[in-house]
Design a protein around this ligand. Structure first.
Ligand code: PNS
Length: 165
């Protein structure tokens, strides 16, 4: 019997955007199982807690049977090893992403040569999109409907309305 192909898509997902959703849907068709992993990183002062982010991703991609959402701390490659994933998935939006992503992929490959990184080019519709930009727009009361999965929009709005009150 052939070995199960497991991919790991690590990230901050604070919050999941339409660009992330697109990568998850496409990557899920490449692997037998895709694990979407939210990094526990208190240094980043996130808008949503790790549990909230995990639940939000589950809500958006819960219809895809081979996708599992987890949280992790420490190195992505260590988490990949612990779940049996041989491939890390990352989205590439533009040339500006490339340098950092290449550095990370090469460092990860030195630390763990059995693990490779594959890049999916972000759909051109979402090439400009990042969680940070969406948060910036939302913090000024701007329209976020074009950027986020519909289930996530009220949750982001609620965070910023709470901040104001
Ligand atoms: O969504 P992000 O913030 O661009 O994701 C970055 C992430 C979580 C993939 C990256 O910071 C990461 O893998 N962090 C865990 C620590 C680690 O493995 N660092 C890479 C060594 S170069």
């Amino acid at each position: 019997m052939s070995e199960e192909r497991i991919g790991l898509y690590p990230g901050s997902f604070d919050p999941i955007t339409l660009g992330h959703e697109d990568i998850i849907r496409r990557a899920s068709s490449i692997f037998d199982r895709l694990i979407v992993a939210v990094l526990i990183n208190n240094a980043k002062n996130p808008l949503f807690s790790v549990d909230e982010r995990v639940r939000m991703i589950q809500c958006v991609v819960g219809d895809i049977p081979n996708v599992e959402v987890r949280s992790f701390s420490g190195l992505s490659v260590e988490f990949a090893k612990s779940v049996g994933a041989r491939v890390l998935v990352r989205g590439l939006r533009a040339v500006s992403d490339f340098e950092y992503e290449l550095q990370m992929a090469q460092t990860n490959n030195i630390m763990c040569p059995k693990i490779d990184t594959i890049f999916l080019t972000t759909n051109i519709r979402y090439a400009y999109l990042s969680s940070s930009i969406v948060k910036e727009v939302a913090s000024y009361g701007g329209k976020i409907e074009d950027f986020l999965p519909e289930q996530i929009i009220p949750l982001v709005k609620e965070k910023y309305s709470k901040e104001k009150s």
